[in-house]
Design a protein around this ligand. Structure first.
Ligand code: MN
Length: 295
């Protein structure tokens, strides 16, 4: 099943070119907490999943193409991210992003990106107005957690996965002479984490480590790899993160980017496609307002 979030946090099931609006099949108290609908649905999937499966076809039908898609989970509790998780990517940015010795996610662990920086398919990545800094694209498989857990061994980890989505991790690079801002801040500008276009449930992705992961800028293929090249695979990422704190339903893990990371500029169009998951396109624009700080 493919789940979308759209308009004012309504929930839909994708059926070909159409979306069935299943919001009315969810508990009515969620109308007071619309951003939490997807977290609740994922956390109560054992009861609500069968309701959606059996009833979505009779729910109101909309054209997918006409919908304003939001991130498929608009309010995950956490967005975890793996640094340096494809061997060929380590080193291509230089020693400012990967420490001496080429340490990978296995040694560095994870970092956090702000959930407020997520944006949906078909929207825009907004770069700071009048910036002279370099902004890069990173093409990533996003993992959405289904079942909560702490200290999850990797052998059991995939049973905690609800589904998968495409994620572009847009990044402001550190430059010589800059203030060397924190990574979390450089990756958490509003719209810097496009996610979507939907969450595809894990039953439709039998092996998350054998998917092509590709990204184009203006039609030119920039990144092309296979998720099998990850250094720390999805199961081990779940083991690693849950060894530090509990994972919650709806949490997102950005699993890292392969080689081919490069700059994006206003006017560009970025497309990401992950096999068995989906594809989405976003435009790159400048923010309407100049920030009071120089980025
Ligand atoms: Mn990344």
């Amino acid at each position: 099943m493919k789940l979308v979030s759209f308009d004012d946090f309504r929930v839909g099931v994708v059926d070909g070119d159409a979306v069935h609006d299943v919001t009315a099949l969810l508990p009515p108290f969620l109308d007071a907490l619309p951003r939490q609908r997807i977290n609740h649905l994922i956390g109560h999937w054992s009861e609500l999943g069968p309701v959606l499966s059996s009833q979505y076809r009779s729910a109101p039908r909309r054209e997918l193409a006409g919908l304003r898609l939001l991130p498929p989970n608009p309010a995950p509790g956490h967005v975890f991210a793996a640094p340096a998780n494809y061997a060929k990517h380590i080193g291509e940015i230089g020693n400012r992003s990967v420490t001496t010795g080429g340490r990978s996610a296995r040694e560095q662990g994870f970092f956090l990106m702000a959930p407020g920086s997520l944006v949906g398919s078909g929207q825009s990545i907004l770069l700071p107005k009048d910036s002279s800094r370099r902004f890069d694209h990173e093409s990533e498989l996003a993992v959405v957690i289904g079942r909560a857990g702490r200290n999850i061994p990797r052998e059991q980890a995939l049973s905690h996965v609800f589904g998968y989505a495409c994620l572009i991790d847009a990044t402001m690079r550190i430059e010589k002479g800059s203030f060397e801002e924190e990574r979390t801040m450089r990756k958490s500008f509003e719209t810097f984490n496009p996610m979507g276009p939907w969450i595809v449930t894990a039953d439709e992705v039998p092996d998350p480590q054998s998917l092509s992961n590709r990204l184009w800028v203006n039609g030119e293929l920039r990144q092309s790899a296979n998720t099998g090249e990850m250094i720390v695979g999805v199961a081990e990422l779940i083991e690693l993160i849950s060894s530090v704190l509990p994972l919650q339903p709806g949490d997102v893990i950005a699993s890292g980017t392969p080689e081919g990371v490069g700059p994006i500029e206003p006017g560009d169009e970025v497309r990401i496609e992950i096999e068995s998951v989906g594809a989405m396109t976003l435009s790159v624009r400048e923010h309407a307002q100049r920030a009071p700080r120089p980025y």
